[in-house]
Design a protein around this ligand. Structure first.
Ligand SMILES: O=C(O)C(=O)Cc1ccccc1
Length: 305
């Protein structure tokens, strides 16, 4: 990849995810103001990849990313990075904690410091910003409707801000998962420790509909690592299911599950198979190894003569 987009500007947690991505060495880094803008640039061919947040351990899925991947021209996840998240409250020199009337930050950051804010700055308002680093840059430049920013410690340093309070996240062990997305092309090879991301659209709404989808995984011994429903936006009450499963599309059990889903769903959107950030080997149920499927297929071939 020669040009990689990301949710910028410099100092965002997404830029830290890109720092951790080994293949980004030497690539030109192109900051975008939003996940939508980064993915639109990728679809238009202006960049060859994009690093975007997809899920965090406190607030759950990043809707902007899930929705942008679930519709529009196909894109594929080719890798994931998990970044530990630490927040500070930062403001220009001379601003004391008691002076803070409004705080600017990204919505996912606000969701992760709400408890601290309620305890220490109960009167302070929240002003949404495009990213934590954009809020830090805004508060440093002045003229914003907020007088402090919630951002990464490095973003505060980058913009010459003072740290009014350190480590203000409500959950100490918070992490965010970021994905590197590319246009369809070559896919990462199976490693034995892979994940596959799918979006499932049902044909109709009926009792047991979700169970039927999940049965396709259960019957092939496939473990899910994330399941979320997202509105299709077509009408009230119409949902699709965004799922991560353990394994690679080239694994036999995933192939069989995908064929089952393809038969029963209105649409199955394949969003890529890629190595897991934690390198943990897939849990495969007994008799769900590739060799078990191969043996069963051979048996069927033999009885069909
Ligand atoms: O705004 C940022 O810095 C981002 O990269 C998005 C984000 C916000 C909060 C937690 C993790 C990622």
């Amino acid at each position: 990849m020669t040009r990689v987009g990301y949710l910028g500007p410099d100092g965002t947690f997404t830029s830290m995810a890109l720092d951790q991505w080994p293949a980004s060495d030497g690539a030109e880094r192109v900051p975008f103001g939003s996940v939508d803008a980064a993915l639109a640039a990728l679809r238009a061919g202006d960049v060859d990849g994009a690093m975007v947040p997809i899920e965090n351990s406190v607030e759950g899925g990043v809707s902007a990313t899930l929705d942008a991947l679930a519709s529009g021209d196909p894109l594929l996840v080719v890798g994931e990075v998990v970044v530990p998240i630490t927040f500070v409250l930062a403001a220009p020199a001379g601003v004391a904690l008691a002076d803070v009337r409004a705080v600017g930050t990204h919505s996912h950051a606000w969701a992760q410091v709400r408890g601290w804010m309620g305890r220490h700055l109960p009167g302070a308002g929240y002003v949404p910003a495009l990213s934590t680093a954009a809020a830090a840059a805004g508060v440093a430049a002045g003229g914003q409707p907020y007088d402090a920013a919630v951002c990464a410690p490095s973003a505060a340093t980058l913009h010459g801000l003072e740290v009014l309070a350190d480590d203000i996240g409500d959950m100490q062990a918070a992490v965010t998962r970021f994905v590197l997305v590319a246009r369809p092309g070559s896919m990462p090879e199976p490693t034995g420790a892979d994940k596959t991301t799918l979006v499932l659209f049902q044909r109709d709404d009926h009792a047991g509909g979700l169970l039927e989808l999940l049965e396709q995984f259960a019957a092939r011994g496939i473990n899910l690592t994330r399941l979320e429903s997202r509105p299709t936006k077509a009408s009230m009450g119409s949902y699709c299911f965004s799922v991560d499963i353990e394994g690679h599309v080239l694994d036999e059990r995933l192939g069989e599950a995908l064929m089952g889903l393809r038969r029963i769903c209105a649409e199955v959107r394949f969003l890529g198979s890629y190595p897991r950030a934690d390198g943990r080997a897939a849990t495969i149920a007994p008799r769900a190894q590739d060799s078990d499927f191969a043996e069963a297929r051979e048996w069927l071939r033999s009885i069909r003569g």
